[in-house]
Ligand binder design. Structure first.
Ligand SMILES: Nc1ncnc2c1ncn2[C@@H]1O[C@H](COP(=O)(O)OP(=O)(O)OP(=O)(O)O)[C@@H](O)[C@H]1O
Length: 265
């Protein structure tokens, strides 16, 4: 297990990260020299137009993809120095993932799904830890249920519990509320926010939704693979306005009517 967490205040630090896909005259610069840091115990949302590099940033920061150049430091681990085996181990032990599709195993119970990452890492949960995490996400009564017996919001709570169980350095969330209705999404976002406030969890979340992003402490905007500004203590309205200036609203994502943005929270 990686126990040396160093004394840096950053959970993740990216320096001059560049990612180029393709070869020769058929290349796409997905990230063009991105430097930023995600402090411990902070909640950051990443926003930007379609194709601006949000998912690529998340994948590179999480060691799921290799930057073409630049550095990604997760706690004290320089990801570019690590081979696949080391990266897999690091991801299992120090990173939690929450995706739009909940990715739960249907044959396993809630409790078994939550403890799966620990078992894959050959570890046993500390006494009471699973119960605590299930309580944290409000699913104590459902531990023996299978995913198909749960609502979408409850399934995402299981995925969050599974991400929290290892007390990861960071949880990367990619559109975690994309498949949920407004009310359920708000509950799930509140839960993520609460884990930052009460346990000092670090969260980095990609989203298209200004309301979702307003639950974060900071919103990082990307455009054409570069940082295009940030907002601290954001509101849904201030985020929507910034996105409009970035020309972020592609055909598939319409801006929320300004009047309704505030009401959704
Ligand atoms: N595997 C790949 N091969 C080639 N190009 C890629 C690959 N993955 C992403 N890209 C390109 O890199 C750029 C950034 O893509 P990325 O998926 O990171 O954007 P995004 O901001 O997450 O977009 P969206 O909001 O639409 O999901 C895009 O131009 C995309 O087409």
């Amino acid at each position: 297990m990686y126990t040396d967490r160093g004394n840096t205040t950053d959970a993740v630090r990216l320096t001059a990260v560049r990612k180029v896909y393709g070869k020769r005259d058929n290349t796409v610069v997905a990230l063009d020299g991105v430097s930023t840091r995600f402090g411990r115990g902070t909640f950051t949302a990443i926003m930007g137009p379609s194709g601006s590099g949000k998912s690529t940033l998340l994948q590179c920061a999480a060691g799921l993809d290799h930057p073409t150049s630049g550095s990604v430091l997760l706690e004290d681990h320089e990801l570019s120095d690590m081979n696949e085996t080391q990266l897999t181990k690091l991801r299992r032990e120090r990173i939690g993932f929450v995706f739009q599709a909940f990715n739960l195993l249907p044959v396993l119970t809630v409790r078994q799904n939550v403890t799966l990452p620990l078992r894959l890492a050959g570890r046993k949960p500390a006494k009471g830890r699973v119960t605590d995490v299930l309580e944290q996400v409000g699913l104590s009564e459902r531990s023996k249920h299978r995913p198909a017996e749960l609502s979408g919001g409850q399934q995402q709570r299981v995925a969050i519990a599974r991400a929290l169980i290892c007390e990861p350095a960071v949880i990367f969330a990619d559109e975690p509320t994309g498949a949920l209705d407004t009310r359920t999404a708000r509950d799930v976002l509140g839960l993520l926010r609460q884990s930052v406030q009460t346990t000092g969890q670090t969260i980095v979340m990609v989203t298209h939704d200004p309301v979702a992003a307003s639950y974060a402490d900071r919103v990082l905007f990307l455009a054409d693979g570069r940082l295009a500004g940030e907002l601290f203590s954001p509101t849904a309205d201030s985020i929507a306005e910034r996105m409009t200036h970035l020309g972020a609203w592609a055909d598939d994502v319409s801006p929320p009517p300004a009047a309704t943005v505030g009401e959704l929270r």
